[in-house]
Design a protein around this ligand. Structure first.
Ligand SMILES: NC(=O)C1=CN([C@@H]2O[C@H](COP(=O)(O)OP(=O)(O)OC[C@H]3O[C@@H](n4cnc5c(N)ncnc54)[C@H](OP(=O)(O)O)[C@@H]3O)[C@@H](O)[C@H]2O)[C@@H](O)CC1
Ligand SMILES: Nc1ncnc2c1ncn2[C@@H]1O[C@H](COP(=O)(O)OP(=O)(O)O)[C@@H](O)[C@H]1O
Ligand SMILES: [K+]
Length: 465
């Protein structure tokens, strides 16, 4: 499994400062950043006209370095400056650009627009002139490139301060990924994400990009129980629990049991249905992990089942309806660290209400919910993140928007519980599940159903073995 650092703007500045203290100058960093971006642009700039928009800070400084590097390679470049360069390093880069700099009044037609107006130093919305400059020129170019971040995006939150920004074809993350590279709404703008390394050391960071996991296949002498036994608690709507079971059977666990009295025609022959008392199913010593929520309902029977899961003390995944029934009191007697919550945006809001959490962003809500409950929180959506108490937030490359189909959340929950039963700690189980879910969707292409996604899971798993 690979974990790449994802930083806040403050952490990025601290890393830059450490490098400077250790003897690399800001000028050298700017040169590496600009030349690294220029090398990437050269790969698709053949014969094309490039326009670079430069702002006042070091993001603008990067722009002058990019322009000079491209110019030296014979690429046709024009530079438009929003204002004077205001940092000493940006001013030096401006001076080292050996051609004309045009004023922000000019509209420039070209092929590739490179946005170097603002990066991590953005402190307020673009003023109307700067915003118009960016929007107008983006419309006059076929390819739009963001250097570090689209100008107008808040690095730590992904918020877009100006309401509307261009759609970018490429975003070059300088030195490290920043939160905004994976959070909505900015994540939807970025196009292809490319990290341009600057040789910086990061140490402890507040976020990680979770890459391909490395699950292990069953032991040589494995049997169904040693591979992991899962119980999925059924409820009012049978389809959701069946979908979760289908996914769980294909994500590593050796034995998946559906606890309920369903005789639904979609129950596959290879799924064990146990209509016995839930307490007995949950009391099985061989049982490793439980999922409750998909199709559960919210009536008294559902509440009693949820209580039974807490009483059993088994590691659990709480999803869907269960997230509406959970109360802080339920956690008081429970070993919290073994549980995973998988809310979508609406369920996250419900949980925050139930646990008295008052935070503005998804990132802060997920982090605080993890701290308050002690659980791992997989906050789903187009920018799924996984938070765990006292651990860096886990970000993921964006998954297919075709996942926006009913039942795909049930599939995810089934994968999480399967990975838990297979022996993964909750944070790893949740992270692996999000990755596998995204990979299965990628393999399926367009317009798949949740059932097809569940059945694809073993092929996603296969790519990691
Ligand atoms: N970290 C690294 O390792 C490396 C970083 N590098 C690069 O540096 C970038 C960060 O540079 P930076 O700190 O100079 O900030 P940047 O984004 O250029 O803008 C700040 C300037 O704009 C101003 N300003 C802010 N908002 C404004 C607004 N709406 N409208 C108008 N003005 C506004 C702000 O002024 P103030 O807020 O003080 O008023 C300040 O003058 C980073 O994203 C990356 O590209 C690499 O080259 C080298 C390695
Ligand atoms: N636009 C999108 N891009 C990427 N993933 C998405 C998108 N929309 C939904 N998803 C993913 O699909 C799943 C939907 O789950 P959920 O909202 O619980 O649906 P359901 O309750 O119908 O199963 C989540 O894993 C979510 O992250
Ligand atoms: K930028």
């Amino acid at each position: 499994m690979t974990l790449e650092p994802v930083l806040t703007a403050e952490e990025m500045r601290a890393a830059e400062q450490r490098a400077i203290t250790a003897g690399t100058s800001e000028w050298e960093l700017l040169q590496s950043a600009g030349k690294g971006c220029a090398a990437e642009i050269t790969a698709f700039a053949n014969g094309k006209r490039v326009t670079v928009l430069c702002g006042p800070g070091n993001n603008g400084g990067d722009g002058y370095v990019i322009a000079e590097a491209l110019r030296k390679k014979g690429v046709s470049v024009r530079v438009v400056a929003l204002t004077e360069a205001e940092t000493p390093t940006a001013a030096k880069a401006r001076d080292c650009y050996n051609s004309d700099v045009e004023s922000a009044h000019s509209d420039v037609e070209g092929d590739i627009l490179v946005d170097c107006l603002f990066g991590t130093g953005l402190s307020r919305p673009l003023d109307p002139d700067a915003h118009h400059l960016l929007m107008r020129n983006a419309a006059l170019h076929q390819t739009v490139v963001a250097v570090d971040l689209p100008s107008g995006v808040v690095s730590n939150t992904g918020e877009i301060l100006n309401g509307e920004l261009p759609k970018y074809d490429y975003t070059f993350a300088l030195g490290s990924w920043k939160n905004a590279h994976f959070l909505m709404p900015s994540s939807a703008l970025l196009g292809k994400r490319i990290r341009v390394g600057l040789g910086l050391e990061f140490g402890d960071v507040s976020g990680h990009l979770f890459g391909k996991p490395a699950p292990t296949p069953p032991d040589f002498n494995a049997h169904k129980y040693s591979r992991g036994m899962v119980a999925i608690v059924g409820g009012e709507m049978h389809g959701a629990a069946i979908l979760a079971s289908e996914a769980a059977m294909r994500a590593g666990a050796g034995y998946v049991k559906l606890a309920g009295d369903t005789e639904h025609p979609a129950v596959p022959a290879d799924l064990v249905v146990d209509p016995g008392p839930l307490e007995e199913v949950l009391g099985d010593k061989r049982l490793d992990a439980v999922l409750i929520g998909p199709g559960l309902g919210r009536n008294d029977t559902a509440k009693a089942k949820l209580e039974a899961v807490f009483v059993s003390g088994k590691p659990a995944v709480f999803d869907a309806d269960a997230l509406h029934l959970i109360t802080p009191a339920m956690f008081e007697t429970s070993e919290r660290r073994c549980h995973v919550l998988t809310p979508h945006e609406g369920e996250l809001a419900v949980l925050c209400e139930a646990f008295g959490i008052d935070r503005n962003t998804k990132l802060e809500k997920a982090r605080k919910l993890a701290e308050t409950t002690g659980c791992v929180v997989a906050a789903k959506g187009a920018d799924t993140i996984v938070a765990a108490p006292s651990a860096p937030i886990r970000f993921f490359k964006p998954a297919s928007s075709w996942l926006s189909a009913a039942g795909t959340g049930d599939v995810l929950a089934g994968v999480v519980v399967s990975r838990m039963a297979a022996g993964e700690p909750p944070l790893e189980a949740a992270s692996q599940a999000v990755w596998l879910h995204g990979e299965a969707a990628r393999q399926l292409g367009p317009a798949f159903t949740a059932g097809e996604l569940a059945r694809q899971m073993r092929h996603a798993l296969a790519t990691c073995l």
